[in-house]
Write a protein that binds this ligand. Structure first.
Ligand SMILES: [Zn+2]
Ligand SMILES: [Zn+2]
Length: 160
């Protein structure tokens, strides 16, 4: 978040990010960034729908290409929880983790709990030069956990 005065999610912010990364500024790229600022952890399909809503037309291929280019330039981070489509976010560089709902796929950020990038120190590196760690916590989101409790209550009330 070193984009000067521009507010996160604004057009100026998106343009600033692209320029800082040395990327050409295009309508599709700025729209993708603005969508991701608004909807962290959006999957490509969701980004596509939102980008079209904003700029009228964008081909599926164009949006996928932009997501790939922005990920490669580390302007966005691509995460891929097991069994879920890739998701994208503009919060990069802090190696934060994620908690994912097994049922609905809702995803939230989890900061490193013991300071910065603690998970970059594995007990055994096997000689690998480690530069990233991806931790995913799995469970049920509050909405899904609530549904479970309601079902249980209904079941009990019905004497099942
Ligand atoms: Zn859920
Ligand atoms: Zn995240």
């Amino acid at each position: 978040m070193h984009q000067g005065e521009a507010a996160l999610g604004s057009r100026a912010w998106a343009v600033g990010l692209l320029r800082t990364a040395g990327l050409r500024v295009t309508a599709t790229r700025t729209a993708v960034l603005m969508v991701l600022a608004e909807r962290p952890h959006a999957a490509a399909e969701e980004v596509l729908v939102e980008v079209r809503r904003r700029i009228g037309s964008a081909s599926t291929q164009a949006v996928y290409n932009v997501l790939a280019a922005l990920s490669a330039a580390e302007v966005v981070r691509r995460i891929e929880p097991a069994g879920s489509p890739a998701r994208y976010e503009v919060r990069v560089g802090d190696n934060h983790h994620h908690v994912v709902c097994r049922r609905c796929g809702a995803t939230a950020d989890v900061d490193c709990v013991v300071g910065r990038r603690p998970c970059l120190t594995p007990s055994e590196t096997h000689g690998y030069l480690v530069d990233e760690a991806e931790v995913t916590f799995w469970g049920l989101c509050p909405a899904c956990a609530g549904t479970d409790q309601e079902l249980e209550a209904t079941r009990l009330a019905a004497g099942a």
